[in-house]
Write a protein that binds this ligand. Sequence first.
Ligand code: UDP
Length: 329
Amino acid sequence: MSVLVTGGAGYIGSHMVWELLDHGEEVVVLDRLSTGFDWAVADAATLVVGDIADEALVDDIIRKHGIDAIVHFAGSIIVPESVSDPLGYYLNNTVKSQSLIASAVRCGVRHFIFSSTAAVYGSPASFPVGEDTELRPESPYGTSKMMTELMLRDCAAAHDFAYTALRYFNVSGADPELRTGQSTKGATHLIKVACETATGKRDHMDVFGTDYDTPDGTCIRDYIHVSDLVNAHYLALLRMREGKGSLVANCGYGKGYSVLEVINAVKDVAQTDFDVRTTGRRPGDAVAIVAEAARCRRELAWQPRYDDLKTIVTHALNWETKLTRRNRQ
Ligand code: UDP
């Protein structure tokens, strides 16, 4: 039995590969390397460079490697890009997921874990936001992910097939052993941007809006360490193998930090000051998004190990420093 990880050369996917290998699983990665890197894939995994919608290729991988589960990360993730290129997002995230799910169903893969997002909730009226809250995505990105969740729901009803959709909050940090980390070029995520600024890759960073209705005027998010996140996926795999059926669960800690709190944590850990400028609000930003996190802990017996902002920032900074050295070589 082996596990197929799509997008396994990317940020979260490459952490998932290590999580599976650490638990003695056989892993096959399918990635077309459009944003990921072959060097990010652990040597012990088999890397196939190709497209998730190439059904002949996927069917062949499933049969050849005896795949019993698919963990599906491959997709596009930049919200503003999805607004300017909705069809590209529906193609990459929805249409191609349909092909992948079709391969799974046709070839008898009964376990499917899907990388979903808190963006399916849009701007929740209150927080923390629970899984049963009405889904009102506000971007093609969020809608494209929601549509895939719905396809999975309907396939689980129609076929001998179970899925777990994990809705990620703000994924950050890096493998504590620094075997992998966030390497994406031009990343826009707050902790990544702050770490790039702290390590001198940027000469300043911007805070998008200080006039929100929050204690310090900046937006609040629920930052989850990537290693805790991938551990939830592994537990979801075990749960499905035990025959416990499908599950939709938030992945966050249920705790919110403001943009300024995060930036101060980065300055503190890096022991450096850097230029932070205030600019206007970024279009589409919700004021606060924090997970109702009980279901993931309850259903998966998930026990986060890195639920601490300073730990997340320390690992992210350590990775950024390693990446800087690597890129200079
Ligand atoms: N943010 C910021 N400056 C940056 C990047 C992000 O002020 O350079 C803010 C952003 O406006 C949001 C929060 O940080 O309020 C988290 O943004 P991120 O892009 O990391 O994640 P999102 O919640 O949008 O998925």
